[in-house]
Write a protein that binds this ligand. Structure first.
Ligand SMILES: [Zn+2]
Length: 265
């Protein structure tokens, strides 16, 4: 595995290096989502525990009270995520795009080719699409979390379950949600990086690229097989019957080595 990664890092005379997704961009995005999740979880615990204790004295009234308390806290947190999502997504996409532009500019300059990337219509369209996609992913975090939390709390209060078990289960659910945010940050950082690299490669006059397989959590035999082959950047590579680009499919960490156009040789 280490060897395979090293071949990606070694510059070839006839190709640019792939733009690697920026780890700092990913961790900042992850941290911001996880900070929101942590504050939401604190609010859940703050309101649920006393309400749950009171509910044990009068079950029927308690169930109603807990339900309406959960509704209130949930509405407040869904709104908070709704409000935070556009800015969070826009910041992330902007930083991922800066990373691509900086990296490619630096590589082209090293080959004595000065280029200044503008916000072209293609790039603007991609920035827009990726922001929309990330906004909806960010918003899906609290809604999924709440579905689980409500289920856990209401089931527990109805059967008169003990607080310790409920607290443990809520904590476990918190961990799963944090993990989901981390996965979103990783996947999106790779995806945005790949899509934007492709646009910039085309804009800089590259037409062909070499597919380089990078091992990931989602092993795909067809990607290993295609590694080292040349494909058309605009059309994509024909793998498993469809035109795709490196890093496009979920969990795919494959990258491309853009083959130098004539003007750069
Ligand atoms: Zn792949």
């Amino acid at each position: 595995m280490a060897d395979k990664r090293r071949t990606v890092k070694k510059a070839k005379p006839d190709a640019l290096m792939p733009v690697q997704p920026n780890a700092g961009v990913e961790s900042e995005y992850r941290r911001k989502m996880q900070d929101l999740i942590t504050s939401m979880q604190k609010a859940i615990m703050y309101y649920v525990i006393p309400a749950y204790r009171n509910a044990s004295t009068d079950r029927i009234a308690g169930v109603k009270k807990i339900q309406s308390m959960l509704d209130d806290v949930k509405t407040r947190w869904l709104t908070k995520f709704d409000e935070a999502a556009p800015k969070l997504a826009a910041q992330f996409v902007a930083k991922a795009s800066q990373n691509v532009d900086l990296n490619m500019t630096r590589q082209l300059r090293a080959r004595k080719f000065g280029i200044h990337f503008e916000l072209t219509p293609d790039m603007r369209a991609i920035v827009h699409t990726e922001i929309v996609q990330n906004v909806s992913l960010i918003k899906s975090i609290p809604s999924q979390h709440w579905t689980e939390v409500e289920g856990l709390v209401m089931r527990s209060v109805e059967v008169g379950g003990d607080l310790k078990t409920l607290t443990d289960e809520l904590h476990k659910r918190f961990g799963i949600t944090l993990e989901r945010a981390a996965k979103i940050a990783t996947d999106q950082n790779h995806k945005v990086n790949a899509v934007m690299s492709r646009v910039r490669q085309l804009e800089a006059g590259f037409t062909q690229a070499e597919w380089v397989h990078v091992p990931s959590r989602y092993p795909r035999h067809s990607h290993t097989e295609f590694s080292g082959k040349i494909y058309d950047i605009a059309e994509g590579a024909l793998i498993d019957g469809e035109r795709i680009w490196p890093g496009q499919l979920i969990g795919c960490k494959c990258v491309s080595l853009p083959v130098l156009p004539d003007y750069l040789r």
